[in-house]
Design a protein around this ligand. Structure first.
Ligand code: HAM
Length: 417
């Protein structure tokens, strides 16, 4: 028996026509982000495990449960990246990029790996399109980045999304909030799920992000971070809201949002999609991480970023996926005609025209194939056409036809006009 392989659970092939949708999203992102001054960065997909422990945090679900971590042949603990930010910050410090003029702005695209329970919109390998901006603390940069994200989502054609915002404070005001949370959850410790009992000790903020029903119930009356923000954090947040109002950006304040990664300070945000996405409805998310560069040995450098999930974006656009049919289909009868067809196609393809060839079989079966693949036009090359050097073409959509020599064919169908 021959083995029959299938893709791993939670790891999907992206097939045409969906790939064309992905390409459309990538192109839109490169265009919009380029206009905002972002250049592409391509970090590796594998890193030292410690990088993620120190940035995402060992109290986070990602690090505690979801990392693809293994020991390599040299005995080092390495991990497939569960997200992009940690690698970009590592690269930023490692290559001494802080010496370049601020702001330094990067975008990236690639696969991320989290060992989660697969469901609609949640995979173990998924792609993120992300952006990171280093070096400016002004809340205007938060607004600029959010505006870029909203512009991009609009350019991709996504409507009806909602932007949620919160501030989760800084190293000055968050410790007091954590103490308040500890105090609040203390009497309920035995009712919390085992994970939250651990979180209560390690990082009580994580309890606010737990998905277990009874933890959600208990935290309904938990204190809000907005009540304990220091003046600088309050000013930063109201500064951001002022900029967004001035830009006419719609947002919803979500005082409960804490995000699942430990590195955030101050601004956090999520863009949520419609019902089409099911429970996993965040299409993009991000926030400030003003301490991470210095945590990794770089100079004090404020930073902010976001990442969008490609599968979720493409999921919302799915109805639009389509592979374009060829502009021209050349059917040919006999060897000599096939050579002529190949030459004609090569010249047109050189100019970017999508051309398909009939390749053998009866004329009838070739034309049937042209129809099946939605060819825009058909040319038939037989003995007569070879002798006369004159070719007829037919437009399959409106039934119109034309006739001419090789140059006319080229003029008629070349995209490189
Ligand atoms: P995140 O919220 O963990 O943030 O992920 C960002 C986006 O990636 C999510 O909103 C979602 O669209 C997508 N995503 C996450 N997990 C999965 C999954 N298992 N399957 C499919 N899609 C998924 C980050 O990763 C941060 N690095 C964002 C950031 C950049 N913050 C600052 N800079």
């Amino acid at each position: 028996m021959r083995p029959r392989f299938t893709a791993l659970k939670g790891v999907a092939d992206v097939l045409p026509p969906e790939t064309s949708l992905w390409r459309k999203i990538e192109n839109a992102a490169a265009g919009v982000m380029g206009a905002y001054g972002y250049d592409e960065i391509i970090p590796p997909v594998i890193e030292q495990t410690g990088l993620f422990l120190r940035s995402i945090g060992d109290s986070s679900d990602i690090v505690a449960k979801e990392m693809y971590t293994f020991t390599d042949k040299g005995g080092r603990s390495v991990s497939l990246r569960p997200e992009g930010t940690a690698s970009i910050v590592r690269a930023y410090v490692e290559h001494n990029l802080p010496v370049r003029p601020a702001p330094q702005k990067f975008f990236y695209f690639g696969p991320m790996f989290r060992y989660e329970r697969p469901q609609k919109g949640r995979q173990r390998q998924f792609y993120q399109l992300g952006a990171e901006c280093f070096g400016i603390a002004d809340p205007g940069v938060d607004a600029e980045m959010i505006t870029m994200l909203l512009t991009l989502l609009d350019r991709i054609g996504l409507k009806g999304l909602s932007l949620e915002l919160n501030s989760i404070g800084c190293k000055e005001c968050r410790p007091a909030f954590k103490e308040r949370l500890k105090g609040f959850f203390g009497p309920h410790l035995n009712e919390l799920c085992p994970d939250c009992q651990r979180r209560h000790e390690q990082n009580p903020l994580r309890i606010l992000d737990c998905k277990v029903e009874r933890c959600i119930e208990i935290r309904k009356n938990a204190p809000l971070i907005s009540e304990t923000l220091c003046q600088d954090c309050k000013d930063h947040f109201s500064g951001l809201l002022g900029y967004l109002d001035a830009m006419g950006a719609a947002y919803v304040l979500n005082p409960h949002m804490v995000r699942g990664l430990d590195y955030y300070t101050r601004t956090v945000f999520e863009v949520k999609g419609g019902a089409g996405l099911g429970a996993q409805n965040a299409v993009a998310a991000g926030g400030r991480y003003d301490l991470l560069v210095s945590e990794f040995g770089g100079p004090d450098t404020p930073a902010i970023g976001f990442a969008m999930g490609m599968e979720r974006l493409a999921g919302l656009l799915q109805g639009e996926a389509a592979v374009p049919g060829p502009v021209l289909f050349i059917a040919s009868m006999g060897k000599e005609a096939a050579v002529e067809a190949l030459r004609m196609a090569a010249r047109l393809r050189d100019g970017g025209t999508r051309v398909e060839l009939g390749w053998g079989g009866s004329l009838k079966s070739q034309l049937r194939r042209a129809d099946k693949i939605n060819a825009g036009n058909v040319v038939i090359i037989g003995e007569e056409e070879l002798m006369s050097g004159r070719f007829k073409w037919k437009d399959m959509r409106d039934g119109s036809s034309g006739e001419g020599g090789r140059e006319d064919i080229f003029k008629q169908f070349s995209q490189a006009k």
